[in-house]
Unconditional design. Structure first.
Length: 272
């Protein structure tokens, strides 16, 4: 099978197994790299070749996390597509758990104050103020924002509600102004061509916002959601309620944020 056909067949299986579009893109990217490596090095399609490819990636300063990702992809390939083995006999690398990055409330205010673009302001404010993921921002529809109840409904691709989260009261006026004369069924945020925003464009916009706010921290758009979670925990919110708002299937995911919280003892009152 030539590379093009292999990738096409793999994509078909990934779709059948209901993998997300982002995951499929990642899987096909690294699989193509592996197949090209086999062709360029004139290697036989076998487990030893996988080891050589992984070592080659390691030599190119790829992290243990990337090593494990590629191994995961090739395990999928050899057990679901090109079934020559039950499972690759290669051990995963140990990954050091990184602390979840957050911003302070003062840094968030700096970002919002320095963002004059109305659309970008609302994007950053909703991600921090409602805990929205990047893909939830790009797929958010006007009809899913309830201005009366101060609630945002998060829906899947089929339009079925998967969870609800809070809508900041102080954004209502800006939102009402932003959606005036727009159809309820359309996306809340659109690009200049009237189409869905790309996640990449928002990441770039956020990086520029960090520079404007003179925040030197190397971080990503996701830090806004992380900060939302951490700041709510510090305010004393019930962790089960927060889990529901965030859409975490396992409460252990929510509890990880507890390591990031800082409490001011002077603000804590004794129950006596």
């Amino acid at each position: 099978m030539i590379t093009k056909n292999i990738l096409k067949y793999t994509q078909q299986i990934l779709l059948e197994k209901k993998y997300s579009a982002k995951t499929i893109t990642t899987y096909l990217f690294y699989l193509k790299k592996y197949l090209d490596f086999l062709e360029n090095k004139k290697l036989i399609d076998e487990t030893k070749s996988v080891e050589k490819f992984l070592n080659y990636q390691k030599e190119n300063n790829n992290s243990n996390q990337t090593f494990n990702l590629i191994l995961n992809i090739l395990n999928f390939f050899y057990t679901n597509v090109h079934t020559i083995v039950d499972k690759l006999d290669i051990k995963y690398k140990k990954v050091t758990k990184q602390k979840i990055q957050t911003l302070t409330k003062q840094q968030i205010i700096k970002i919002l104050d320095s963002t004059k673009n109305e659309k970008h302001f609302l994007i950053f404010a909703l991600s921090y103020g409602s805990g929205l993921r990047l893909n939830e921002i790009t797929t958010l529809k006007i009809k899913n924002i309830d201005l009366k109840k101060n609630i945002i409904k998060i829906c899947n691709k089929q339009g079925r509600e998967v969870r609800k989260t809070i809508l900041p009261e102080n954004l209502k006026e800006k939102i009402e102004k932003f959606i005036i004369n727009k159809k309820q069924t359309q996306l809340f945020f659109l690009n200049k061509a009237g189409k869905q925003l790309s996640e990449r464009s928002l990441q770039i916009a956020f990086t520029r916002a960090l520079i404007r706010a003179k925040i030197k921290k190397q971080t990503s758009f996701q830090v806004l959601r992380h900060s939302f979670t951490t700041h709510l925990l510090e305010s004393g919110i019930n962790i089960e309620s927060l889990q529901q708002m965030l859409g975490h299937k396992n409460i252990r995911t929510t509890k990880k944020y507890k390591k990031n919280t800082h409490y001011n003892l002077t603000e804590i009152k004794s129950p006596l």
